[in-house]
Design a protein around this ligand. Structure first.
Ligand SMILES: [Zn+2]
Ligand SMILES: [Zn+2]
Length: 347
């Protein structure tokens, strides 16, 4: 399914099967999650996507072909020191075989050499390339991916149920860590990421307060089903003050609302890649050492941590399956807030 230009529906197209370049895997796609970021790309809210583009960065697939080794991989496997550039960008290439099931996340490539990459913050790399944005993604029967950025998928998750772990799960996990050790946690926007974070937060023993679109009774009930002790309209205050809040919905006015609901010293985390403008607010609601921060992208360490944790909780993802050819319908339903849990495409 190709995006020819932002603002246009995706188009079903027959394209050549991609060939895996050095260090890449060719995957047969079994499932690909539909993320709100896909909507931001399709709607033109994120600048300069590759065009035409295959969206999708929650890919679960089987390795059908392994590209030739990279120079860095060659040096690593030969036990020889590569040049400085090669050795820095070379995370050792984990063994992978044809037939293995792997997941491909949003982070598709980083430079390995910049100050961010060298300080464990590859999520902030200025030269990073992202799956389904700068690189073709998983709304397709086949996809290629740099093997260093792929994750093994925990065996207990079927393909479609595993797909939402790869962005909703990983970004949710990073956001939860950024919220700090808060007991009373507020979640604004109860979609794919929130429904996973809620399970992990409850498992950690936190108390959960869910804020949903005013009047969205289905989302409210969904949050209560997943262990929220209170769920209510996002324009109302919670019954108790929060210790931290995570905002998944892309609506700027939620930020001052969350600050007002959060206790002194608490953190408000903005987890989305795009948000409408934040209205001005009185300094008083930030005062008291409240912290506002965003979470951007993911590191491979986030992925390893979360995918090890997910089977222990165990996280149960709730999905709405769509055939690949109905990707536009899946995007429309996500835009309308009509998806319970995560929409997942299957070729
Ligand atoms: Zn970098
Ligand atoms: Zn995503």
């Amino acid at each position: 399914m190709l995006l020819d230009a932002p603002g246009r529906p995706l188009r079903a197209a027959n394209v050549p099967r991609p060939a895996p370049g050095p260090g890449q895997l060719l995957l047969q796609v079994h499932a690909c999650g539909v993320c709100r970021t896909d909507l931001h790309v399709a709607d033109g809210e994120l600048p300069d996507p590759k065009l035409p583009l295959v969206l999708g960065h929650e890919i679960v697939g089987t390795v059908v072909e392994i590209g030739p080794p990279t120079l860095a991989g060659h040096f690593a496997s030969a036990g020889t020191a590569g040049g400085p550039a090669a050795s820095r960008s070379a995370m050792p290439e984990a063994p992978v075989s044809v037939g293995d099931r792997v997941g491909v996340p949003w982070l598709g490539w980083t430079c390995g050499a910049c100050p961010f990459c060298r300080s464990g913050r590859e999520n902030l790399c200025d030269r990073a390339r992202f799956t389904g944005y700068h690189l073709d993604g998983g709304y397709a029967e086949f996809a290629v991916a740099d093997r260093r950025y792929c994750f093994p998928i925990p065996a207990s998750f079927p393909d479609r149920e595993a797909a939402p772990l790869l962005c909703a799960g990983l970004i949710g996990w990073r956001s939860l860590c950024a919220a700090g050790p808060a007991e009373r946690l507020g979640i604004y926007g109860f979609g794919a990421a929130a429904h996973i974070v809620a399970q992990v937060a409850r498992w950690q023993g936190r108390r959960l307060f869910a804020f949903t679109r005013p009047g969205d009774e289905k989302a409210r009930r969904f949050a209560l089903d997943l262990g929220a002790e209170w769920a209510g309209d996002s324009d109302r205050p919670p019954p108790e003050v929060l210790d931290a809040a995570i905002i998944f919905a892309p609506a700027g006015p939620l930020l001052p609302a969350a600050l007002r609901a959060t206790a002194k010293g608490g953190t408000v985390v903005c987890a989305g890649i795009h948000m409408s403008d934040i209205p001005s607010f009185p300094y008083q609601i930030l005062w008291g050492e409240r912290v506002v921060r965003s979470v951007a992208n993911l590191t491979r360490k986030d992925g390893e941590e979360f995918l090890a944790l997910a089977p222990k909780v165990p996280v149960r993802t709730e999905i709405e399956p769509f055939p690949l050819g109905e990707a536009n319908a899946a995007l429309d339903q996500l835009r309308a807030g009509e998806v319970r849990g995560a929409a997942v495409l299957s070729p």
